[in-house]
Write a new protein. Structure first.
Length: 299
């Protein structure tokens, strides 16, 4: 009779715990991990292994060799919804829509809704249509994926490449919905040489790039270097498909070979044709379409 009572009690506990481990929840931050775990069912932690272990949180799908689900110290696992952590190790793969990411470990926290991918973190984002442009590839020391929105934040030796454009920075924020990248921390962007066009390198305090339209907005001590031509200013709007850059604010261009200097008038700007190797000053105002490059929630 006692053994039967213990069995019924264990079944009741598992019935209560099952939704925590295997069923979706209305709260987007709650994580579901598939498989039969080992460990303390009541208090945790629980260890999941498989080939691979599969998990889901909101629109994020995770695969790994192992996962450990834990609750805050002193809180039973079955009462810790919204406060749990899940640590994934071994060939971690993450997918969300058109984004695919990989690393050696992923630490997820239900409290913050952040999944931090570490260990040679990398990601690719494919265009919705072939004609929409090139695949975006990102590499970094660490990549944080936010489940509340389709935004990732990469830090540490960040590189971004798409088509003939390659960017470097200390930090990258990438909005998957808008296909908008923000690079900060000594950012630079290089457009590889193609045809008769020489390599173009653009630097500034901040780089924002719309990867679908291949347009850039760079501001703060901007410098464009192409061949023997160096152009500086306060900000630049660059359209890679049209091979043209518009430099505003104290804009000056110097050719170190020909010794020719082109300076924008106080009320004007410089137009640099990167395909023709030509810079000209225009005596009219040019307004960079900065509103196109606004981040989520930015006014």
């Amino acid at each position: 009779m006692m053994n039967r009572t213990k069995t019924l009690s264990l079944l009741a506990l598992l019935t209560v715990a099952a939704p925590v481990l295997a069923q979706a929840d209305a709260t987007n931050r709650l994580i579901t991990i598939q498989g039969g775990p080992r460990g303390d069912v009541r208090n945790g932690p629980l260890t999941f292994t498989g080939s691979p272990v599969k998990a889901k949180v909101s629109t994020l799908n995770i695969e790994a060799s192992q996962a450990v689900l834990a609750a805050p110290k002193g809180t039973p696992l079955i009462e810790a919804k919204g406060k749990r952590t899940a640590n994934f190790t071994g060939a971690v793969k993450v997918t969300r829509g058109r984004l695919s990411a990989a690393g050696t470990s992923l630490a997820y926290d239900e409290t913050t809704g952040q999944g931090v991918l570490s260990g040679n973190a990398s990601a690719t984002f494919v265009p919705e249509k072939k004609e929409d442009g090139d695949t975006v590839s990102i590499k970094a020391a660490q990549m944080s994926l936010d489940v509340d929105n389709n935004v990732s934040t990469s830090t540490g030796g960040v590189t971004l490449s798409t088509g003939t454009q390659n960017g470097q920075a200390d930090k990258l924020v990438f909005d998957e919905d808008r296909e908008l990248a923000q690079l900060t921390g000594k950012p630079s962007l290089t457009r590889a040489a193609k045809g008769n066009q020489k390599e173009l390198v653009i630097t500034g305090q901040e780089v924002r790039a719309l990867t679908k339209t291949k347009t850039l907005y760079v501001r703060g001590g901007v410098k464009l270097v192409q061949g023997t031509t160096t152009t500086t200013g306060d900000a630049v709007y660059y359209d890679d498909r049209k091979n043209v850059a518009y430099v505003v604010g104290n804009a000056v261009s110097v050719d170190s070979k020909s010794k020719v200097t082109v300076k924008a008038p106080a009320s004007g700007y410089l137009e640099q044709r990167t395909d023709l190797g030509r810079v000209r000053a225009l005596n009219s105002a040019y307004k960079i379409p900065a509103e196109q490059f606004k981040l989520r929630g930015e006014k």
